[in-house]
Design a protein around this ligand. Structure first.
Ligand code: FES
Ligand SMILES: [Fe+2]
Length: 332
């Protein structure tokens, strides 16, 4: 069901403090905290004694103390003290997960520790690139994570789901091109001479037809980058351009729930706070519309778990991602 040998986004950097908290990733309960020097720590959140959550305990220096009977764990997961026992048992402890803090996200390796390689973290440098500005947040969705990346791989839904923000009415009239580059799927749609979406009309100030280019890049197991460039069409007397990236990490919380980390960044109007608020609010609203339809879709899918969906031409990205994920899971 999951690709284990992968990095998953567990949290935003700002969420990790000296106060431990619990979050499920891939059905596993994990506890997140920082050491005194600020290093992120991610451990199995089940005390070895009687399985109380360590996140309900407290920190003593860099160690975490179970809040039930005081078993104490080092950041590497080793149990180093048991109250009333002279020496803690050798080799007892909880699993500690490889973790990397990068671009404002906390990346957790959920598979075989020996295979954890920082170079395999997908490229999300836009999150803290000074040439780009923006912000994001986390949504919790009551659906499987694949339904979310499949939603982002078929943007024709914008016409029906996001009528007041992202919709371009012509989206269904332009073909989708799919390219598989290494272990990624790139879905491209180039729409020329169209009316711009409500969001881009406001963000880019377009009043005349535009060329709207969408590149959606799926990187397994759960990453989508939506690269959108809108510029005045050739026939237009305007000469404007607006470029945004919507960066999405869809971390399975359980098999039927997803923590959806997203950020919208732009490379124009970098110091314009009003622009930032507008884009953030518009996207937050649009994603609440996605949440509503996908959670209902999950409920219906659950009533026919073995049924096969009907493919249509705008689904090509979804089908390619499904094929890629099945191949990678088989290989793993
Ligand atoms: S359950 Fe943690 S010390 Fe008892
Ligand atoms: Fe959407």
């Amino acid at each position: 069901m999951y690709l284990r040998n992968s990095w998953y986004v567990g949290a935003w950097s700002h969420e990790l403090t000296r106060k431990p908290f619990q979050r499920f990733l891939l059905d596993e309960p994990l506890v997140f905290y920082r050491t005194e020097s600020g290093k992120p720590v991610v451990l199995d959140d089940r005390c070895i004694h009687r399985f109380a959550p360590l996140s309900a305990g407290c920190l003593e220096g860099d160690n975490i103390v179970c809040g039930y009977h005081g078993f104490t764990y080092a950041p590497n997961g080793n149990c180093i003290a048991i109250p009333g026992v002279d020496r803690a048992p050798k080799k007892a402890g909880v699993k500690s997960y490889p973790v990397v803090e990068k671009w404002g996200w906390i990346w957790v390796w959920m598979g075989n520790e020996e295979k954890a390689d920082e170079a395999k973290i997908p490229d999300f440098h836009y999150l803290d690139d000074p040439e780009w500005a923006g912000k994001g947040e986390t949504l919790n969705l009551k659906c499987a994570y694949n339904l979310v990346y499949e939603n982002l791989l078929d943007l024709t839904h914008a016409k029906f789901v996001h009528k007041t923000t992202l919709a371009t009415n012509d989206v269904t009239e332009f073909p989708l091109e799919i390219e598989e580059v290494g272990d990624t799927v790139v879905a491209r749609r180039e729409m020329s001479g169209i009316k711009s979406s409500p969001l881009f009309t406001r963000a880019g100030g377009f009043t005349e037809p535009v060329d709207h280019r969408q590149h959606v890049i799926f990187t397994p197991p759960c990453y989508i980058s939506i690269n959108t460039t809108v510029k005045s069409a050739e026939a237009s007397s305007e000469n404007k351009i607006a470029d945004i990236r919507i960066l999405n990490a869809l971390t399975p919380e359980t098999s039927k729930t997803t923590n959806y980390f997203w950020s919208l960044v732009r490379c124009f109007a970098l110091d314009d706070e009003e622009m930032e608020t507008f884009l953030h609010e518009a996207n937050t609203f649009a994603f609440s519309e996605d949440k509503a339809i996908i959670e209902q879709q999950q409920n219906m899918w659950d009533t026919v778990p073995d049924a096969k969906p009907i493919p249509f031409p705008h689904d090509k990205g979804v089908i390619a991602s499904d094929r890629l994920m099945r191949r990678l899971m088989t290989e793993e």
